[in-house]
Structure formats: structure tokens, C-alpha cells
Design a protein around this ligand. Structure first.
Ligand code: PMP
Length: 307
């Protein structure tokens, strides 16, 4: 379960964890009318800590509000400052950070009307999302029977609470069938993303990742693309199919929670050698060096803090 931390930032104030409550008739609870972020802070080698790509996450949060045509009560600067305040108040040297804005209590008509928008930022300890051994050994994946949303149903560029019903359906199906994660196809049958991660495949010296059409614009996806190019790999953003994934030398996921996680098996087909491939290992190592402040080249990706 989730270990409580002392404080949650709630509409501009740090309140004790157990007091951060809302009414059961909150609009967002009924209709999924919220938008959120998932961010990580890491303990750095120099004894300080740093949030990874904080501004980019908060810019995406503001973008989500725009896509959903819902107000965002705070700007990027305010959201960044509130995040650091929350980490410091909770004395967290590393954390998973969850900002969420949602349509609050008021009317319960579908039209959000004049309901308030509430905003929270919670922080807690969250280890490797798909399991510590998954970072080394890789995960087992099935192609979902559910498609990722068509851009004219729910718009996947918004990190909207309601969008996650699609992810939850796919995740439940995958886990109950004995897999760790689901690979989702778009409504045209091309590979889209996983329930909470973007997808990369490696064939020879080329790394492919899906285009932005049906996916969440992952911050880690962007980081991996930059990093891979800087390391001399060719990276192509292009559509590909599930059978191309089966034949890939390596497959891996990127995401804030999952970090860089290798995929060792898909639909009962072993990928490559059935464990983290060479390119995946290089990128994963580089990723952890960066987030832990051990690569000055990417220090603009880090927002340092101490308490
Ligand atoms: N796709 C989905 C559906 C997600 O939930 C996430 C996690 N936020 C990602 C991709 C990866 O995005 P990021 O790298 O920004 O965490």
C-alpha cells in the first residue's frame, strides 16, 4: 500500500495527510474530470536532491487543462514552486510526485459549470513501478484486447483522469492473464503505448518509437530520444505493427513510474535474448546517471532542492 507522508499540498496550503479530503459528490469522482501529472524526485550523488524535468511536467499539466477546456488555477511557476514546497515540508530526498487538478463539488450535471477546480500535490515513496527485478530482467507483456483511445474519443495528449479507465481495463486484463503490462494498439491497429508507458523497439542500430498521434507525449520518451541521439543511435518516430515488435532485437518502455524498463516477452514470444538488451542497458544506465545528477550535460533537466 501507500505509505502516508506528513503533508499534502491542497489548494495552496500544506495540510496533514489525513485531512486532505473531498466530498463524495465531487464532479471528478463521477465523471473523471481531472488532470494530473506523475513526476519523480531523485536523491543525487552530491547529497542534494532533484526533480526530473519538473517544468516540462507542469507545462504538460497546463496543456492538459487546455485540451480538456477546464481552468488551471495555477501557472507553471506556481505549480513548480508548490512541488518543491511539498517535497521540503515532507523532508523527502526522493519521491514520486502526484499533482492533480479536478472539478470539485458543486453541480453534478455533466457540464462542469461553476464548480471549483481543486488542486493537490501529494508525494510518497514509490520504488520501481514494475518491480525492482523488472529493471534488470524485463517484463512480460500481452497485446491488449482494448485499443488505445481514438484522438476524437478521449484526447490522449491530456493526462486526464477519465482517460485512465482505458488503461485500467487493459491493465486488469493483462495482470489477470498473468502478464506484467499491456501493449495497446491504436484504432488503426498500429502500436500505440502501454497503460502507463511509451514504447520503444530496437532493430540493429535503429531505435523506433511510435509517433505522437495516439499517445501521451511522454516526458521520458522525449528524454530517451534526446539521449539516444546524443549517444549516436538513429531514432525514428514512426508507426509500426505488433509483428515488428515480435521481431525486434530489444523492446523497452519509458515512463516516470516505470523509468526505463526492458520488455522480455510479448504474447508468449521471447524478445531478443529474453532479458535487457545491450542498447536498453546503455540507455537505462545513462538515464539513471542523469536523474541522479551524475551527468552535468543534462543538468538543465534537474530542479535541485534541499531541506
Ligand atoms: N503513456 C501513458 C498512458 C502514461 O500514463 C505515461 C505516464 N505518465 C506515459 C505514457 C509516459 O509518460 P512520462 O514519460 O511523461 O511519464
Amino acid at each position: 500500500g501507500l505509505e502516508p507522508t506528513p503533508f499534502i499540498w491542497f489548494d495552496g496550503e500544506l495540510v496533514p495527510w489525513s485531512d486532505a479530503k473531498i466530498h463524495v459528490l465531487t464532479h471528478a469522482l463521477h465523471y473523471g474530470t481531472g488532470y494530473f501529472e506523475g513526476i519523480r524526485a531523485y536523491k543525487c550523488a552530491n547529497g542534494q536532491s532533484a526533480v526530473f524535468r519538473l517544468r516540462e511536467h507542469m507545462q504538460r499539466m497546463v496543456n492538459s487543462s487546455k485540451i480538456l477546456a477546464l481552468p488551471c488555477p495555477y501557472n507553471v511557476d506556481e505549480l513548480c514552486k508548490a512541488t518543491i514546497d511539498t517535497l521540503v515540508a515532507n523532508k523527502m530526498s526522493s519521491a514520486y510526485i502526484r499533482p492533480l487538478s479536478f472539478v470539485g463539488f458543486g453541480s453534478l450535471g455533466v457540464y462542469p459549470g461553476e464548480n471549483p477546480i481543486n488542486t493537490i500535490i501529494a508525494v510518497w515513496n514509490w520504488g520501481a513501478y514494475l518491480g525492482a527485478e523488472a529493471l534488470e530482467m524485463g517484463v512480460r507483456v500481452r497485446t491488449s484486447s482494448f485499443n488505445r483511445m481514438h484522438p476524437n474519443t478521449h484526447m490522449g495528449k491530456a493526462k486526464a483522469s477519465g482517460n485512465y479507465v482505458n488503461s485500467v481495463l487493459a491493465k486488469i486484463e493483462a495482470v489477470r492473464d498473468g502478464y506484467d503490462e499491456a501493449l495497446m494498439l491504436d484504432t488503426n491497429g498500429f502500436v500505440s503505448e502501454a497503460t502507463g508507458e511509451n514504447v520503444f523497439i530496437v532493430r540493429g542500430k535503429t531505435i523506433k518509437t511510435t509517433p505522437l498521434t495516439s499517445i501521451l507525449e511522454g516526458i521520458n520518451r522525449a528524454s530517451v530520444i534526446t539521449l539516444a541521439k546524443d549517444l549516436g543511435y538513429e531514432v525514428v518516430e514512426t508507426q509500426f505493427t505488433r509483428d515488428e515488435v515480435y521481431c525486434a532485437d530489444e523492446v523497452f518502455f519509458s515512463g516516470t513510474a516505470a523509468e526505463v524498463t526492458p520488455v522480455r516477452e510479448i504474447d508468449n514470444r521471447i524478445i531478443g535474448q529474453g532479458r535487457a538488451g545491450e542498447v536498453t542497458k546503455v540507455l537505462q544506465k545513462a538515464f539513471f546517471e542523469i536523474v541522479q545528477g551524475n551527468n552535468p550535460k543534462y543538468k538543465e533537466w534537474l530542479t535541485p532542492y534541499s531541506y
